[in-house]
Design a protein around this ligand. Structure first.
Ligand SMILES: NC(=O)c1ccc[n+]([C@@H]2O[C@H](COP(=O)([O-])OP(=O)(O)OC[C@H]3O[C@@H](n4cnc5c(N)ncnc54)[C@H](OP(=O)(O)O)[C@@H]3O)[C@@H](O)[C@H]2O)c1
Length: 506
């Protein structure tokens, strides 16, 4: 094999102040600061850069800096260079205050003025909302009202908002409305860290930079699509949040729909934010909205029950601390979705995601139609292995093709074989969580990998019929699966009814 190719290089981002709301939280320490470190180590952060933390607890700037450094040393993906840490955390500010307290914003305004002057960050501000979702609208409103997010004198002011963006269609629409009353859409960067992953971005490159796939990327050649995000972890310490949320809300309108829209979208007219996001939103908008009966028929929701997995005894989901004993919250969901347009009419998209499953695996698998007939004696067409194109995102970033080949020997015998491209074999990429790409893109004003209001709302519109049908059905239809298994039998039946089956996640 040839020598590995290095990752591409890019220009340094604009000078700016990086303001983290929720600066004492898990996301800030585990993902944001390590991502900033990685950007600094690759020379992508500007010299003129400062971090300001906002959270409710009182804290000195010195102890905030020490917290960030401890978090960085604990969660960094590789070795840490003390000189880079010194530069990254060289200019740090801290503001104590609640999201809806006007005093927070006057203190923040003063801190910004002082640090912007000292660091010459030219007034560019990136506000990262790493708080509970209930604080998103109040923070957006206060930043708008106080003018802290007003763009003036050539300075940019941008907000990154974490998921979950709403809990249903109505709340997502309300949050969009509130934010857009005081801010421009172009200032709002709704993040889904899946889009920072190389393999996810590569779906677009695979489709639109090759002449090979697009001509067969349609109902004439594709039998169905399977999208899987399987987690082996249980709900663990997130039980309180999870029991209010469930697998559908937590994963489908964001992560699974990002994958679905990249597979299903039409080619955008240009590779820029407006055109790409328009096509993605239109793909989601074309998802067929089922009535109550069809929604129940085309979905499976289930909870895991106790089992021994390896050396661990996993308890029933309902016995987990902070989970209601009669909870009907699903820890697994499988959906059959149809997309009502010329490209995809008649091609089911099967989605599944769950916790406490046999293994951790994220993949998009495209199954192509069978050969129309098999001319080979003793090998009827229904015994040929299916042709799959598999884009694997976790645990390995790779793309695989499964096709049929002749078994060596005098007789014609046919067997399914695999051809796999692994990222790590070709490219030398530094370890990354995906947040690096997204934070950098926001700093340079490239919104391609962020979600726009219409895409968010189209996603919720597509899951709302399932949420409504489940609410109306109460506990009826809630299935169970053993922890450490591949999911409930009902999910297998969902595909078996159509004469298909899931790929194994083992
Ligand atoms: N952690 C992850 O891996 C992850 C991944 C994807 C998305 N997210 C999202 O990121 C956000 C933060 O998650 P997290 O895991 O970091 O949560 P967390 O550990 O609970 O931290 C929340 C932060 O927000 C602050 N906060 C809490 N209530 C607040 C309020 N009413 N007003 C202002 N600040 C408040 C907290 O500090 P004080 O209590 O001192 O104010 C803390 O700094 C959530 O929306 C979550 O869904 C997290």
């Amino acid at each position: 094999m040839n020598a590995k190719r290095p990752a591409t290089t890019a220009a340094q981002a604009d000078p700016c102040c990086f303001v983290i709301f929720g600066a004492s939280g898990d996301l800030a320490h585990r993902l944001l600061v390590p991502a900033l470190y990685n950007l600094a180590a690759r020379g992508l952060l500007p010299e003129a850069f400062a971090i300001i933390g906002v959270a409710r607890g009182e804290k000195s700037e010195e102890s905030f800096r020490a917290d960030l450094e401890n978090g960085l040393r604990r969660f960094a993906l590789g070795a840490i260079d003390s000189e880079i840490v010194r530069r990254l955390l060289g200019s740090v500010g801290y503001v104590a205050g609640g999201a809806d307290d006007p005093a927070t914003y006057s203190k923040l305004g003063e801190a910004l003025k002082r640090i912007e002057h000292a660091r010459e960050t030219r007034g560019n501000r990136l506000f990262y909302l790493a708080t509970p979702p209930s604080a998103f609208a109040p923070i957006g409103r206060r930043l708008g009202e106080t003018g802290l997010a007003r763009e003036e004198n050539g300075a940019w002011r941008r907000l990154i908002i974490e998921k979950p963006f709403g809990t249903d269609l109505a709340s997502a629409q309300a949050l969009n409305r509130e934010l857009l009353e005081l801010l421009q859409e172009r200032q709002i960067y709704r993040i889904d860290h899946y889009l920072g992953k190389e393999t996810v971005q590569n779906i677009m490159v695979l489709r639109f930079a090759n002449g090979l796939f697009e001509p067969i990327w349609n109902r004439h050649h594709i039998d169905h699509v399977q999208i899987t995000v399987a987690e082996s972890l249980t709900v663990g310490s997130r039980a309180r949040f999870y029991d209010e949320t469930g697998a559908l809300r937590d994963m489908v309108p964001n992560h699974l729909f990002q994958l679905l829209s990249l597979v299903a979208m039409e080619p955008p007219s240009r590779f820029e934010a407006h055109a790409v996001r328009l096509e993605k939103a239109q793909a989601l908008d074309a998802i067929h909205l089922p009535n109550d009966g069809t929604a129940l028929n085309d979905s499976v929701r289930a909870q895991y029950v106790a089992a021994r997995v390896g050396d661990n005894e996993i308890e029933d989901y309902r016995k987990t601390k902070d989970v209601r004993p009669d909870s009907t919250t699903e820890t697994y969901v499988a959906l059959k979705l149809m997309i009502d347009n010329w490209r995809w009419a008649g091609v089911p998209f099967y989605l599944r995601t769950g916790k406490a499953l046999k293994s951790r695996r994220t993949e998009v698998a495209i199954e192509f139609k069978q050969a129309p007939f098999a001319m080979f004696r003793d090998t009827p067409v229904d015994r040929l292995a299916q042709n799959f194109l598999v884009m694997s995102i976790q645990p390995n970033e790779c793309i695989g093709l499964q096709f049929n080949a002749k078994v060596p020997g005098p007789a014609i015998a046919i067997s399914g074989v695999h051809m796999t491209f692994k990222y790590q074999d070709y490219f030398d990429a530094a370890p990354s969580s995906g947040y690096e790409t997204l934070i950098y893109d926001c700093m340079i004003g490239d919104a391609i990998l962020f979600q726009r209001a219409d895409g968010i709302e189209a996603g919720w519109r597509a899951v709302q019929p399932f949420l409504d049908a489940w609410r109306n059905a109460g506990p009826r239809g809630l299935a169970v699966y053993k922890a450490g298994s591949e999911g409930p039998a009902e999910a297998d039946q969902l595909l078996a009814r159509d004469g298909r089956r899931w790929r194994s996640i083992a």
